[in-house]
Design a protein around this ligand. Sequence first.
Ligand code: FMN
Length: 203
Amino acid sequence: MAKPTVYVVYYSTYGHVKTLANKIMEGLNKSGTVNAKLFQFQETLSDEILGKMHAPKKDEAVPVITLADLTDADAFLFGFPTRYGNAPAQVKAFWDSTGQLWASGALQGKMAGVFFSTASQGGGQETTALTFLPNLVHHGMIYVPLGYTHANLFALDEVVGGSAYGSGTVAAGDGSRQPSEKELTIAEHHGERFAKIVAQYHQ
Ligand SMILES: Cc1cc2nc3c(=O)[nH]c(=O)nc-3n(C[C@H](O)[C@H](O)[C@H](O)COP(=O)(O)O)c2cc1C
């Protein structure tokens, strides 16, 4: 039987979520149980606004996800930085365009997990995931949480992003903090674990 396909789809203004996405891809590939491919959400801000936000250029080697791509995959890991505890408008705009997929039930039964970035520890490591879940629920998708499946999620000796909802990083208010070793380890574990679960239930 063919291996299930997992698409990792991220939005990242400053690169923190992209770094997590790359690590998650490593975990998915390491599992050997799925075929994984990386995508990004379409940017909706103008170059002028992005320039004023000091955002680096997007990586054009990563394809932009389309509605047709969504129907092709068996499962997804969606990643994005918080915007006041919610997913960014770029992600929302994409989901707002999925009406036809919803009407045809095209995404029903597909598994999905989430990963995220916040500036501060209490800035939305849980709410950013939680407030995204209605998108999955209304499409009849199956949310796969990370749970407390890695020891780093219990660490108190340093700042550690991620939660039972998914892997994560804490970027600092000025974006100066990069994903730590502990966070990257959780992200790789997230990919590996998700791949095993998807493969376990794939027919
Ligand atoms: C409009 C806006 C709202 C934000 N709201 C929050 C917030 O509520 N809590 C927080 O911790 N960080 C907040 N941030 C910071 C981003 O989450 C941070 O820049 C991001 O996690 C970095 O990830 P990236 O490098 O992948 O873009 C906000 C940023 C912007 C631009």
